[in-house]
Design a protein around this ligand. Structure first.
Ligand code: CO
Length: 231
């Protein structure tokens, strides 16, 4: 017995959204071809992004749109609450590819206020599988609980946890041997921590720019001379 095939019903708002995406894509391709006839030929040859963007999956925080960048500028990895988890081969592979093959100059970790992932992590409600992912944010809370609990209310704590989470993920990027090896050999990438404000559309630089091992606690620093023969 075969399963019934899903059919599009354009009276349904969600199906209409799919039709709109296709129409939007056509409009995009036509507009770009008019404005810059060589654009797609150039794009098809290669990508030369200057930045690896690690951001939240949140639908309101679209990296290209909020930075007004073109396709080809950003190499993008997004997940719930912009986490860099040491056992996540997805983010580790994105970092490795961006640093060693695309030679990006910058890595940006960009969080955002009102992040659903961060808000959920602050609550005791069980949500299912995602609790395992959000536990990484609970760990950030625990590391900074004295600072967070000194704040006057929950909204202030949530905003600060968004920022502290970005700090920790910036450090997680820097703890990778990929990034430390590239610092030593090429003096790049610069690693930045940013927060996007949904209410203003503006990005705040948290000024955690890290570009060398000296900015890391000693336990995380690799002795690259000793490690060289492993590569
Ligand atoms: Co979010």
């Amino acid at each position: 017995m075969s399963e019934p095939k899903p059919t599009l019903n354009l009276n349904d708002m969600h199906d209409l959204a799919v039709a709109r995406m296709f129409a939007g894509n056509q409009a995009f391709a036509e507009r770009i071809a008019q404005e810059d006839p060589e654009f797609f030929a150039r794009q098809a040859r290669q990508q030369e992004p200057h930045t690896l963007w690690i951001g939240c999956s949140d639908s309101r925080v679209s990296s290209d749109v909020i930075t007004n960048t073109d396709p080809g500028n950003l190499f993008v990895h997004r997940n719930v609450a912009n986490l860099v988890v040491h056992t996540d081969f997805n983010v580790l592979s994105a970092i490795d590819y961006a640093v060693n093959h695309l030679h990006v100059q910058h890595i940006v970790v960009c969080g955002h206020y009102q992040c659903g992932g961060v808000l959920a992590a602050m609550q005791a409600t069980e949500m299912g599988l995602i609790d395992n992912w959000l536990r990484n944010i609970k760990d950030v809370y625990r590391l900074h609980s004295a600072e967070l609990e000194a704040l006057p209310d929950q909204p202030a704590r949530a905003r600060r946890l968004v920022e502290l989470n970005v700090f920790e993920q910036v450090y997680n990027v820097c703890k990778t041997s990929t990034v430390q090896k590239s610092w030593r050999e090429h003096g790049r990438p610069f690693v930045h921590g940013w927060v996007y404000d949904l209410e203003t559309g503006l990005i705040k630089d948290l000024e955690v720019n890290v570009s060398g091992r000296r900015d890391l606690e000693e336990i995380y620093r690799f002795d690259m001379d000793k490690a060289l023969h492993h590569d």
